[in-house]
Design a protein around this ligand. Structure first.
Ligand SMILES: [Zn+2]
Length: 351
């Protein structure tokens, strides 16, 4: 049951094109709090929703919403946009903080208890979504490091795959429970997370903008042809994390002191397979014990996938890595990256 605290979300009904700032920076300045925007569609009997800026440093979804609002086009169904971490995104230097210092990661707050201000905001977003019963929800993000686009779902039914297909042909299926909005199933509507690529990548903004247009304009989101036949499925990636209190560095040579030095070009593993014996970096005095990779049952897998030679951290088998980041605070507070064994990547069998 969701708590019913006072609603911290600002409501903006059917803004006209003239009301929307010409640039994304002006648009962001117009917002004063988490904002819920309503756009009437041709068919009022149905609606669709987009959440974005759950993380303040991930602007592609806001670019897409801004472009849609400036177009003045009418969507097929009613649309709701939820722009969440407005203050975080506005905090100088702008689009810099994932969450503000001493705040929780909002996309880890979509589960009880809904106690602190992030929890109350998460609960209010869920309550609004449940109230309008959208036929689909997209949650648009960027990856922290640079990398290709992909979608993340907790359910592989036709609806989730069709929503992913509006943006990308890479689909990650996970049963890890972190408190992300896509885990919310009680509403009865599908929630698909879209990772558009790197925060600073103009292609990511373009992908979000084009995908949002398809989402807004398609008459039927879930028809027979709505699933990309080229879709590649990555099942149940493991989160590779550092244990609490660890230190990390990035360099092209081992550094004395930190528990892990990741290679300075480690982000390139986001773009394809890491063959067996790839060097990801160098371990400190604690060796591989500073790393952990637990599945949803709590079993540890780190030594199954990684090896140590001298102090080098090596892959034991071909791996597909996602969300490799060079942002040390995100690497320590969230995770280093996600991995799937290459043998477990499957082409979608659509017909
Ligand atoms: Zn994010």
């Amino acid at each position: 049951m969701l708590v019913n605290n006072s609603d911290p979300i600002y409501y903006w009904e059917a803004p006209s094109v003239d009301e929307i700032g010409a640039t994304i920076e002006e648009f962001l300045k117009q917002l004063t709090a988490p904002t819920w925007i309503y756009i009437p569609g041709r068919d009022h009997s149905r609606c669709r929703a987009i959440t974005t800026l759950l993380h303040g440093n991930e602007p592609s979804g806001l670019h897409a919403i801004h472009a849609w609002l400036r177009s003045g086009d009418q969507p097929e169904t009613d649309l709701y946009f939820c722009i969440a971490s407005v203050k975080t995104a506005q905090h100088p230097p702008g689009f810099f903080y994932r969450m503000l210092p001493d705040c929780r990661d909002l996309n880890r707050c979509f589960r009880p208890p809904y106690k602190d201000s992030e929890g109350v905001l998460a609960a209010n977003i869920l309550r609004r979504l449940c109230a309008v019963q959208p036929e689909a929800v997209l949650d648009i993000h960027n990856t922290s490091g640079s990398g290709p686009s992909f979608a993340v779902v907790t359910n592989t039914d036709r609806r989730h795959k069709a929503l992913a297909s509006l943006f990308t042909q890479h689909l990650i299926i996970t049963d890890l429970k972190l408190g992300a909005i896509m885990e919310f199933e009680e509403g009865g509507f599908p929630v698909t997370t879209i990772e558009c690529g790197g925060c600073h990548d103009p292609h990511a903004h373009q992908l979000a903008t084009e995908g949002l247009r398809r989402f807004a304009l398609k008459q039927n989101l879930f028809d027979y042809h709505s699933i990309n036949a080229e879709m590649v499925l990555y099942k149940h990636p493991l989160r590779v994390e550092m244990i609490e209190g660890s230190e990390i560095a990035y360099a092209d040579h081992p550094i004395d002191g930190p528990d892990l030095t990741l290679h300075s070009d480690v982000e390139h593993f986001n773009f394809g397979e890491a063959p067996a014996n790839s060097v990801l970096g160098w371990l400190g005095p604690r060796g591989i014990n500073c790393l952990t990779a637990r599945d949803s049952m709590g079993s540890e897998h780190i030594e199954h996938y990684f090896d140590v030679h001298d102090n080098q951290l090596l892959t034991r088998q071909p791996l597909r890595l996602f969300m490799v980041t060079k942002n040390p605070s995100i690497a320590l507070s969230d995770c280093l990256f996600y991995l799937v064994p290459v043998d477990d990547c499957h082409r979608h069998q659509s017909r």
